[in-house]
Design a protein around this ligand. Structure first.
Ligand code: KIV
Ligand code: ZN
Length: 512
């Protein structure tokens, strides 16, 4: 297996993500985690950018021991001097000097002819070489640079003793076969090319950064540059975790591997997200919350039979505990029963069916049914109180300048009754309407509400106590809507009350 060196630029290109600004303490914390991930090289910042960045690069340089620490520099002596200062104390320092080479950048940004670009780059590599044994040179916007001119600049960098030459697709413009072809061309046309390592650095403007980087590997790149979670300028950089897992999962195809401690991937991703404040999308490859989650019943059934049916890598391999079978509206009975067993419920077939029906009703309202949802649902009622009254629908009209009104439709054994009532609040109006249907004279002795699950679509659980003469009855209602939960709890309590009254009068009669 060919070793692919990993150059992490989360602390530099990643920090260039709009809205991200890491302080020294945060950079050091991230650097230490990147060291645990066993990246080979880490670009800690751009020291000439600000005194703060210089200090942060220096703190990183002193903190990490087993990783080459790199500082970025434009092709000018003052920038190179800033990197020298920033890397004092580094175990293995390296400078990364860059200059744009594409026609667009030459004409509009640098206002330089080809020859000037070549000479400026040469002078800066020479100056850097006086102070650093390891110099990486980048041809900014190489992706849009003429191949022959690119080869000329790379040949110069080789002659001047650069250790790594980087070929960035700075604006994420190329297609994988085009980017791969550049590496092939340079390998075939630049004298002594084997004296340097060729590096791939891709941006993700067209969503092709990972594919382009892999194409470069297939065409001889020795090093890949990227960031954790793919953060970076505009649409970001190549996500390092994607490259590492692609090489791991398709080892035979690529014949190359990184030296990363793959089980540190999930932890590193979480830390980067926490410190940058950049949330990882759920569907992000490798590290998204859904990357190892399965919702469809067919997939869950497959997973329970044999994990490789729907997983090409294991969650454990990136440091996660296990795959997630997410219970939602697409889930099937197999996964549902399995989840009940996990939660300690060994139910009869009939009970499972009953719970499954309730679960499907809830899943239609909620995107994801959590363990807490299930527990609440299971505890709700698998015991029997005859449903004398069964709530079918409620409608509530509320405005802060009008009297709340509620309409309820309730089924009894032989009919469906609809009633409307007003109240001093929405819940009061609902309860008055239910009283009209039931004809029961009850007192609301207690009402409480709590959220049993998390998030905006959490389930609310309402608990009420009704009293009638000496009989008290409790009722519970569960719904993603608190008014519906309130109505359900009340109807439930009325049913319990009627059942209790019957039992009570049977007992009374028996003692007479
Ligand atoms: O994308 C780019 O070209 C860069 C260079 C500084 C290497 O980040
Ligand atoms: Zn970049």
């Amino acid at each position: 297996m060919r070793k692919i060196y990993v150059f992490d630029t989360t602390l530099r290109d990643g920090e260039q993500s709009p809205g991200v600004n890491l302080n020294t303490r945060e950079k050091v914390e991230m650097a230490l985690q990147l060291e645990k991930l066993k990246i080979d090289r880490m670009e800690a910042g751009f020291p000439a950018a600000s005194p703060g960045d210089l200090a942060a690069v220096n703190a990183v340089a002193r903190a990490v021991k087993d990783v080459t620490v790199i500082g970025l520099s434009r092709s000018r002596e003052s920038d190179i001097d800033a990197v020298r200062e920033a890397l004092i104390g580094a175990q293995d320092p390296c400078i990364h000097v860059f200059l744009a080479t594409s026609p667009i950048h030459r004409k509009f940004k640098l206002r330089m002819e080809k020859q000037q670009v070549l000479e400026t780059a040469q002078a800066s590599i020479r100056y850097a070489k006086k102070y650093f044994s390891k110099v990486e040179f980048s041809l900014e916007d190489a992706g849009r640079t003429e191949l022959d001119f690119m080869a000329e600049v790379v040949a110069m960098a080789v002659r001047e003793g650069a250790s790594v030459v980087n070929i960035p697709d700075t604006v994420g413009y190329l297609y994988p076969s085009e980017y791969g072809a550049i590496f092939k061309y340079l390998k075939e046309n630049v004298p002594d090319i084997e004296k340097v390592q060729l590096s791939a650095h891709c941006h993700n403007d067209l969503g092709m950064a990972t594919a382009n980087t892999l194409a470069a590997i297939l065409n001889g790149a020795d090093q890949i540059e990227g960031t954790i979670n793919g953060i970076g300028e505009r649409a970001g950089n190549t996500a390092i975790e994607e490259i590492a897992m692609a090489l791991e999962t398709r080892a035979e195809f690529f014949g190359a591997k990184t030296g990363l401690a793959l089980t540190e991937i999930a932890r590193t991703s979480r830390l980067v997200s926490k410190l940058t404040g950049m949330v990882v999308p759920g569907n992000k490859a490798i590290v998204g919350a859904n990357a190892f989650a399965h919702e469809s019943g067919i997939h869950q059934d497959g997973m329970l039979k044999e994990k490789t049916t729907y997983e090409i890598m294991t969650p454990e391999s990136i440091g996660l505990k296990e795959s997630k079978l997410v219970l939602g509206k697409h889930s099937g009975r197999h996964a549902f029963r399995e989840k009940l067993m996990d939660l300690g419920y060994d139910l009869s077939e009939e009970q499972v069916n009953e719970a499954f029906t309730k679960f499907k009703v809830l899943a239609d309202k909620k995107k994801e049914v959590s363990d807490e949802d299930l527990l609440a649902l299971l505890e709700e009622k698998l015991i029997d109180t005859p449903e004398v009254f069964k709530l079918e629908t409620i409608f509530v009209a509320y405005g802060n300048e009008s009297t709340p009104t509620a309409r309820v439709r309730i089924a009894t054994e032989d009919q469906t009754i609809e009633e409307e009532a007003e109240g001093n609040g929405s819940v009061d109006a609902i309860y008055n309407a239910i009283d009209k249907v039931s004809g029961e004279e009850v007192t609301l002795a207690d009402y409480s509400i709590k959220s049993v699950t998390h998030g905006k679509d959490a389930q609310g659980e309402v608990h009420v106590v009704l009293s009638q003469n000496d009989v008290a009855a409790q009722g519970r209602g569960l719904s993603t809507d608190i008014l519906e939960a309130s109505a359900r709890a009340y109807v439930d309590a009325v049913n319990v009350l009627i059942e209790k009254r019957k039992t009570f009068s049977r007992r009374e009669r028996a003692t007479l």
